[in-house]
Design a binder for this molecule. Structure first.
Ligand SMILES: Nc1nc2c(c(=O)[nH]1)N[C@H]1C(S)=C(S)[C@@H](COP(=O)(O)OP(=O)(O)OC[C@H]3O[C@@H](n4cnc5c(=O)[nH]c(N)nc54)[C@H](O)[C@@H]3O)O[C@H]1N2
Ligand SMILES: Nc1nc2c(c(=O)[nH]1)N[C@H]1C(S)=C(S)[C@@H](COP(=O)(O)OP(=O)(O)OC[C@H]3O[C@@H](n4cnc5c(=O)[nH]c(N)nc54)[C@H](O)[C@@H]3O)O[C@H]1N2
Ligand code: SF4
Ligand SMILES: [Mo]
Length: 745
């Protein structure tokens, strides 16, 4: 028997914990947290351990499947790509480029293939109908940061390891692992924060696990954070002396900001958000008086009606207190693969085009998933008739999910890159499954950029894929080449070579062209790495800010060096770098971007005028430690102790005649669902909570374990409402009617 140990960064959430995997004769016998990993130091959660189950899950597709007479059958890759080529080309030829849409799901951000090989695919498709899970997630934060700092990629992260006061609005990092804040071992980090005398404040309508370990938890009525944040801005600008000269003359428009904030007083907003006047005042003064504070917001402040305004105000608070770009505040990481180059100063714009049916604005090149169904249903030039999905489950993930489901069933052609036949991919004509995550290497191109510490880490493949399997990057290359007019017989390695050539040419240009004595061939010859993603990574690391500059700085980073450090390389704490990254045309921060004005006007109408105030029940979502959006319910260990229930406060339950473990109905303008009740004082009165990602009872899927305990999809009743500034879906703070249901027993 041969026994070996492999180290692998977990690809399932943004924390990126190190895993230690023991393998005996090609079988995984143990998965544990890697005690030596420089970021996670042995921490991992049950999802990381479940990588073994995912690897071994018999339902996970090992071969492409093609639908024939309504049933999937196994096919060869050749057959599958021929069918894709024919399907996509027929639709495009007959209806134009926009008739083919693409939807990218969340796990793309967790693979090298997703980070590198989707861009060429999107470019080759030449479609305006480009959708991602960002518009049911973080796009408000990206939009706010885009307008403030000039790029939607410039999102500061809370420096949790050095702050004195960490304030979380609508995030539950103890369960989610943290989002747009890569900080594995959140329990350990919070413990350390407290040990050094720091404090954690959580604002959430649910007493979450994170709220439980907080020094202060405020229940907030969902959807009202924007008003509360405005009060804090009002108090900060009026009652406190703001730090002078922190940003030199970089800040613009503070007077207009003050003017807008003036309408929001603690007395008015207290009634709206449900937090007492004194508590609001002391929250504001704590933020103002702490030497170092980091205010942070996630899903609860993004996926709400005023998500962009809330996300913007969170940045504003960090700026007003001088905490943006300072240790212990919020900072911009410096990942190893992004060269320090002159940044574009074009600034950030949105709305370069509008969607065909309802005129929703483009943001960052994409359009909101909330309009996907209507763009499929509505006839006319540009109607979506074919869809490519990559690592996504929009039938579960997006509002008005039953309508999305119907819309997908009406398409002329659909291809999915996924290893499950789930609620979405069951509509596909062809499913192209990438090999198991353990068969490809991993470097976090996305989340090294949101890390609370600068680090770099590469995990080589743990297993070789079977000869008849394809890696995700190869599948995406094939799709890109097919979309670009190449045949189904293309060589997937070709695109990788082209991409390496392009980076080499740009690098040579940046050093002054071949006159400098450097040629593309010289650089390419020195690359190491077996696959295209590895070679691209090696290139980017070597020209990156810590790189070996192709031997000119021998102590610098390269792929080879990363391979020597299986537990990761520490590149140091975050340090101030606003000056070098800010990308606005005048290099200033406009505190009051014009685009916010319409949102503020709406906010005032909805919250400050009596006739528009909503006082009924509100619905919010939640996450469980043993879930990963919609796709972990097929793993047995992930469904233990984890149920799809509606959580309701005892006060509301009594008033409505609903008891624990009974069934209740939740009804919105979109639909009605019935689900088991959990009565709990963890949820505040007036708000109910239902987890998302469930609803695995649809015909035609191949999710045998998930189907045993299907739960119900909350997005069946999520109305199709968007944050008008960036088109993000409203998933929290939804008006809902709750009533007892007759038990079906
Ligand atoms: N275990 C697990 N981990 C995950 C995932 C998963 O499904 N399961 N999903 C991953 C993904 S894709 C993401 S984006 C991240 C999300 O990461 P987080 O945002 O940290 O996770 P959520 O649990 O969605 O936390 C949102 C919180 O906002 C609260 N909330 C709802 N409405 C409001 C409101 O109006 N105001 C305030 N202040 N709070 C509100 C909810 O009660 C909830 O506790 O998690 C990632 N990690
Ligand atoms: N009501 C409500 N709705 C929500 C949310 C909420 O909080 N409330 N959260 C929203 C958020 S934050 C998100 S990010 C979305 C998630 O929505 P999506 O990203 O659309 O869906 P997931 O459930 O993450 O499904 C991911 C799919 O990718 C596949 N997959 C996993 N790894 C790989 C891989 O390496 N390659 C390929 N090709 N496929 C892979 C899985 O099999 C699964 O089918 O849901 C959103 N929807
Ligand atoms: S916290 Fe996230 S990265 Fe860490 S083991 Fe769990 S799922 Fe994996
Ligand atoms: Mo997400």
């Amino acid at each position: 028997m041969t026994i070996r140990t492999a180290f692998r960064v977990c690809p399932f959430c943004e924390a990126g914990c190190g895993l230690k995997i023991t393998i005996e004769d090609d079988r995984i016998t143990k998965v544990r947290g890697d005690a030596e990993n420089i970021m996670s130091r042995g921490f991992c959660c049950p999802k990381g351990i479940a990588i073994k189950e995912l690897h071994e899950d018999p339902d996970r597709l090992r071969h492409p499947v093609i639908k024939e007479n309504g049933e999937f059958r196994e096919a060869t890759w050749k057959e599958a790509f021929e069918k894709v080529s024919e399907g996509l080309n027929n639709v495009r030829k007959a209806n134009g480029n926009d008739s083919v849409a693409i939807y990218l799901g969340n796990p793309n951000t967790h693979t090298m293939a997703g980070a590198l090989f989707l861009k060429p695919l999107i470019k080759a498709l030449k479609t305006k109908n480009f959708f991602t899970a960002s518009t049911v997630d973080q796009i408000p934060k990206q939009t706010a940061c885009g307008f403030l700092y000039g790029s939607n990629e410039l999102i500061p992260v809370p420096d949790i390891d050095h702050t004195d006061l960490f304030v979380i609005f609508g995030g539950n990092p103890l369960v989610s692992g943290g989002s747009l804040m890569t900080a594995p071992d959140m329990p350990g980090r919070i413990k350390k924060l407290k040990e050094r005398g720091g404090r954690l404040v959580v604002i959430d309508p649910l007493r979450t696990r994170t709220a439980e370990v907080a020094d202060i938890h405020h229940f907030i009525r969902s959807g009202t954070d924007a008003a509360l944040l405005f009060v804090i801005v009002n108090i900060l600008t009026n009652d406190f002396e703001l730090p002078q000269n922190t940003y030199g003359d970089k800040l613009k428009n503070i007077d207009e900001l003050k003017r807008q904030a003036a309408s929001f007083t603690p007395e008015i907003v207290s009634v709206i958000c449900g937090i007492g006047v004194d508590k609001i005042k002391s929250l504001a003064s704590d933020i103002a008086l702490s030497k170092k504070s980091a205010v942070y917001g996630r899903m609860g402040t993004s996926t709400v009606r005023f998500g962009t305004v809330s996300s913007w105000l969170i940045e504003i608070i960090n700026i007003l207190t001088g905490n943006l770009d300072r240790q212990g505040g919020t900072m911009f990481p410096k990942p190893a693969h992004i060269p320090d180059k002159a940044r574009s100063r074009k600034g950030f714009v949105t709305g370069r085009w509008k969607t065909r049916v309802s005129g929703a604005p483009e943001v960052g090149g994409e359009i909101p998933v909330s309009v996907m169904a209507e763009e499929m249903e509505t006839p006319g030039q540009g109607q979506i008739k074919a869809l490519v999905t990559v690592a996504g489950n929009p039938v579960i993930a997006i509002p008005e999910s039953e309508r999305v489901d119907r819309a997908l069933s009406g398409l002329n052609f659909m291809v999915s890159v996924d290893f499950y036949i789930n609620e979405t991919t069951r509509h596909a004509d062809v499913i192209l499954p990438p090999a198991s995550p353990l068969c490809h290497g991993h470097y976090d191109f996305v989340f090294h950029g949101f890390s609370v510490r600068n680090t770099a880490s590469y995990s080589p493949p743990v297993f070789e894929k079977a000869p008849d399997e394809m890696d995700k990057w190869e599948i995406l290359s094939m799709l890109a080449m097919i979309a670009a007019g190449g045949g189904p017989e293309s060589d997937p390695a070709l695109l990788g070579r082209i991409m390496v050539d392009e980076i080499a040419d740009a690098t040579v240009k940046a050093v002054g062209g071949e006159a400098s004595g450097v040629t593309a061939e010289m650089l390419i010859k020195q690359l190491s790495g077996e696959s295209a993603p590895e070679r691209i990574l090696d290139f980017l690391l070597r020209i990156g800010p810590y790189g070996d500059a192709f031997g000119m700085k021998p102590e610098g980073l390269s792929l080879e060096k990363l391979l020597y450090f299986p537990h990761g390389i520490d590149l140091g704490a975050l340090s101030p770098r606003l000056d070098s990254v800010i990308s606005t045309p005048d290099r200033k921060i406009d505190l009051m971007p014009d685009i916010m004005q319409s949102g503020i006007a709406e906010l005032k109408k909805a919250m400050l005028s009596d006739e528009n105030k909503y006082t009924g029940m509100l619905l919010v979502g939640r996450r469980h430690l043993r879930t990963n959006n919609s796709w972990f319910h097929n793993l047995k260990s992930m469904t233990k102790g984890n149920a799809c229930t509606i959580m309701i406060n005892p006060e509301d339950a009594d008033r409505l005649g609903i008891s624990d473990n009974s069934l209740a109905c939740a009804e919105t303008e979109t639909g009605k669902i019935t689900l088991p009740v959990k009565v709990s004082d963890r949820i505040m009165p007036g708000v109910v909570s239902i987890p998302h990602g469930w609803g695995h009872d649809m015909k035609g899927t191949r999710l045998s374990n998930a189907a045993k305990n299907p739960g119900i999809n909350t997005n069946r009743i999520t109305p199709n409402c968007i944050d008008p500034i960036c088109g993000n879906a409203v998933l929290n703070g939804i008006p809902v009617r709750i009533s007892p249901a007759v038990s079906s027993k």
